[in-house]
Ligand binder design. Structure first.
Ligand SMILES: [Zn+2]
Length: 632
């Protein structure tokens, strides 16, 4: 299972409806250079809605229609049939009227794509009940499904649980699967919030027209999600192609997988299909990934996954780190290793327990690694003890940080990262892999300075560029330039999280938390643009355009590269019908962060309105080159 963190919000308020998403990951593909995707989808300015004629709304609807996943240009003979059992959780059954039909239709749509594209068909053998109710944490549901239905008689067990009531764009929050696993859990796609927003936005359209749009978007999201999680079960990590279904974030433009990814998936499907499971399956998965074009998959994810596959191929369990490798004379530890080799982590963990009391460093490290795989909350104390042993490595602190962050304890995780950085620096032999793991965790904790400092130590120059781009886009978005000192340096996670929480509150029109966040941010980093940007956005949402302009102006005086301030000023100029001024702002947004698609779209629309064909052509060409799709 791969983490895709995102903060995204949905607000069906009068003036503005949009979603923002931010993704963190490392990658080397050129289309993934942004790392932070600040994708802003502004569906409509409702101030314009009231007067927008029907034809304009219809055109807008066309632009919101998702891509078609099912069609594929290539046509292959279906050579692999994978048997699938669907499990329907109680909460799904209470939310979806006809679970069997809904699920069959989803699988059928997936097959419409996979059969011609890669010669693979999923055969739904049965739809069975699953005594389970999903909570917030889908990983828990995945564990429950694995226990409930081992799926020894099928190739794949898919569990469906209830949907979220908010619009979620991180595919791994809508579903989870373990890489190379046999199980995946998928959420129902609940589009009520979106349908409500469309109802308010497209007042001039018939009910049928709106429903067509909603239905097409729901189906597209369901198919994309199913393809995405299935690909993870095959053993494919995320790729960097924004218009493909293995990208971490959902977009309406996704249409199947990138052709290079399809080739890898076809090979991986053969491995998944073989019965009995080949003894060297891990090695074959690894070979398939090695044969892929360099840079196809997100480098950091691929590196971690390869390590795990190598461990499996050596007939050792996926335990990460070096603790399993060196031969140990301790007979009790040998028994632990034996249990791990036999694929019994539960027994291994039980055997470790008596060794922990003595504070054996190897036992503690092993326990930390095992606990990290099962329950981050349990892992925090174990990993902390491991980090407190004499000469604990930088890796030990990275693990502690990873456990604490997963257990929602950033106040423990962030300082652990600062220590990890110091320890790794002192270790003359710290490997590039160790630095990569460090950077991954530091990114997830939004530790900007730590990521910037560690980036040059990564083995792959493309990775270095990617993570530095991520840090730069994040700084620009939250209005925290590198010249501003924060109280929590070298990890600015508290600032970034406070900013994002405030943005989420704004989208829900909860203004009190925003005021509190502004106070906190000013205290955390005096002179930063971030709090002024939030004040600007709040004023804009409350219709106080003059005040919003003053606040955004002040934000840009503090930091001329505050992307969101430029963007908000663009929106304000649009509302005031000052198109040329809006254009200037959107041009700047695209310069500062070319992953903000909405700025491209708004800029294109503004060029159309001002009949600037030359600029529109140039923009469209650049958009095509950047995203591989026409500008709509
Ligand atoms: Zn994923």
């Amino acid at each position: 299972m791969l983490p895709c963190r995102s903060a995204n919000k949905e607000g069906g308020q009068k003036a503005l409806w949009r979603c923002r998403t931010q993704v963190h990951s490392t990658g080397s593909d050129s289309s993934w250079e942004g790392l932070v995707r600040a994708a802003i989808l502004t569906l409509v300015l409702a101030t314009a809605c009231a007067v927008t004629p029907r034809s304009q709304q219809q055109e807008r609807v066309r632009s919101l229609m998702p891509a078609t996943v099912e069609r594929s240009a290539v046509s292959q003979v279906t050579s692999i049939v994978l048997r699938v059992r669907a499990r329907v959780a109680e909460d799904y059954r209470s939310q979806v009227l006809h679970p069997e039909e809904t699920i069959s239709a989803q699988v059928a749509r997936l097959n419409e794509y996979t059969e011609p594209a890669m010669g693979v068909r999923l055969e739904l053998t049965e739809v069975r009940p699953w005594t389970h109710r999903a909570g917030q944490n889908l990983t828990e549901s995945l564990g429950a499904l694995e226990t409930f239905d081992a799926g020894d008689d099928v190739d794949l067990v898919l569990g469906w649980v209830s949907g979220l009531t908010v619009v979620e764009l991180s595919l791994d929050k809508l579903g989870v699967a373990r890489l190379g696993g046999r199980h995946a859990v998928l959420r129902a796609v609940d589009d009520r919030a979106e349908a409500e927003a469309f109802k308010r936005a497209f007042t001039a359209l018939d009910l049928d027209e709106r429903e067509d749009l909603s239905r097409a978007r729901r189906r597209h999201k369901e198919t994309t999600l199913l393809l995405h999680e299935w690909a993870h079960t095959l053993g494919a990590p995320h790729d960097g192609h924004e218009s493909g279904c293995l990208f971490p974030m959902y977009t309406e433009q996704q249409a199947g997988f990138h052709p290079d990814t399809v080739r890898v998936l076809a090979t991986l499907a053969e491995v998944q299909h073989e019965r009995p499971r080949p003894a060297r399956a891990a090695a074959r998965v690894r070979d398939a990934l090695d044969a892929a074009r360099p840079g196809l998959f997100i480098a950091s994810e691929l590196a971690t996954w390869r390590e795990a596959l190598d461990a499996r191929a050596r007939n050792a369990p996926e335990a990460g780190g070096s603790v399993l490798a060196p031969a140990q004379s301790n007979p009790s530890l040998e028994a632990v290793r034996e249990a791990l080799r036999a694929g019994n982590p539960t027994r291994a963990r039980a055997l470790l327990e008596p060794l922990l009391a003595s504070g054996d460093p190897v036992a503690l490290e092993l326990a930390c690694v095992l606990d990290l795989q099962t329950d981050p909350k349990t892992a925090v104390p174990t990993c902390r003890r491991a980090s407190e042993t004499p000469n604990a490595s930088g890796d030990a602190f990275v693990r502690l940080a990873a456990a604490a962050l997963a257990a929602q304890q950033p106040e423990t995780g962030r300082p652990a990262l600062a220590t990890a950085y110091q320890r790794l620096l002192q270790q003359s032999a710290a490997s590039p892999e160790a630095w990569l793991r460090f950077v991954q965790v530091a990114q997830s904790a939004s530790c900007l300075t730590l990521v910037e400092q560690a980036a040059p130590r990564l083995a792959n120059a493309a990775d270095t560029t990617s993570v530095l781009n991520w840090a730069r886009s994040t700084r620009r978005w939250v209005g925290l330039s590198s010249t501003v000192r924060t109280k929590s340096e070298p990890c600015e996670g508290a600032f970034v999280e406070t900013f994002r929480t405030a943005e989420a509150a704004l989208q829900e029109r909860r203004f009190t938390p925003v005021a509190l966040a502004v106070v906190r941010l000013k205290d955390e980093a005096a002179g930063a643009a971030g709090p002024l940007v939030l004040e600007c956005e709040r004023a804009f949402m409350q219709g106080q355009l003059a005040l919003a302009q003053i606040r955004c102006g002040a934000a840009l005086s503090a930091d001329p590269e505050a992307t969101l301030a430029h963007y908000l000023l663009g929106l304000i100029h649009e509302v005031l019908n000052e198109v040329p001024r809006a254009i200037k702002r959107y041009v700047r947004v695209v310069e500062l962060d070319d992953s903000v698609r909405d700025a491209w779209a708004r800029l294109g629309a503004a060029y159309r309105r001002t009949r600037n064909a030359g600029a529109l052509k140039d923009l469209s060409d650049r958009y095509q080159a950047r995203f591989g799709q026409p500008l709509r």
